[in-house]
Design a protein around this ligand. Sequence first.
Ligand code: NIG
Ligand code: FE
Length: 425
Amino acid sequence: MHADLILSTTGQLVTCRSGASPKKGAAMSDVGIVSRGAVAIKDGKIVGVGPADAILPEFDSNESISFGDHVICPAFVDPHTHIVFAGDRLDEFEMKIRGTEYLDILKSGGGINSTVKETRAAKFSSLVAESNLRLDKMIEYGTATAEIKTGYGLDTATELTMLSVIETLDEISHADLVPTLLAAHAIPREFRDRPDAYVDLVCSDILPKAWAWYGGSRFAASGVPFFIDVFCEKNAFDLKQTKRIISGASKFGFAIKAHVDEFTNLGGSTFAIQIGAVSIDHLDAISDEEIDLLSKSKTVGVVTPTVNFNLGSCDFAPARKMIDHGCAIAMSTDYNPGSAPCPSQQMTMAIACRYQRLLPAEALNAATINAAWAIGLGERTGSIEIGKNADLLVLDCKDYRQAAFEFGGNLVSSRFKNGKSIETK
Ligand code: NIG
Ligand code: FE
């Protein structure tokens, strides 16, 4: 058979293969290693994977690259980011160091709302340029597919602008993106005393206009889902408001995500799982009953240990317990200007292994294949399996566990997106 390109290693080819669903529980500790492996690529897709001894004679190819004994693995998928924003929150970083809590900054009108002020005032072109620099960093650290949320507009016009920025980034960058509408990220300042009126605006104006935008977007054209998300939390949206927004969105056809249990358990996980959310995210305060519900559902639990690290908190989501109970867990950088200024899934893995007691294999599956399922793209990317996009990394190490062991650096030495080599700046 013919291939455009064959990549091979005399070391580990790590497939993270999962078949037709995310990896749950004990399956998360298997990364599907093929030693002395090779992958054959044609038209951007994987057409063969296995021991090099079998793949090399099977395919005649235009080009063949051997990476010595370095690890070949799937490119990272980052299933939860907020990288479209303007300005910075460095003053708040100092306030937090001095002891002010994240939720107290939010309550006093800072936090998310201070980024909203700057984002509303920013030009489209500078939002694109600044966000693209952040995306470039993510790509440099090995991410090939990412979800990006709105949520720093909090009015109809700016939320729609943010969606257009995400679409432009999808067009101009090397990454494949998935858009999420997070108009319910915070109560905007002008609605401070009448939060339900803001929920009315979201339901009656932002949702229908955002859905109409999606219909004409490149995402709908290529079958990429459009997600709704709500920050269900004290000083943000309560459970009743969360239900209104998510139920309203699901009638249009949005796929569902929810920020739940980041600090406070308001019952958001139970609701989101029951309504069929693709993912529930954060989960620091999830209950044992909800872990049980999650394990029996198709929903993926996305943990964001970068937030705890950044806030200097040890109240991590109980990811170990969730995996031991049979849940499917993914992880994300949650890259954002406040709670997690982190572009690197390698760093997320490093934190998760130390503080949430995940094994490197569980962390790698959580940052690749399960992350792909968490954004509705599990059939397209996240693992080295026949038929999937050839989204691959070469790591500058002999053992994949090094990627979770080392931190603060970057082990990615080559990146392939849809079978094409990506040069970073
Ligand atoms: O995932 N929790 C809400 N949203 C983000 C924080 C965004 C911000 O602080 O700007 C999060 O932690
Ligand atoms: Fe978030």
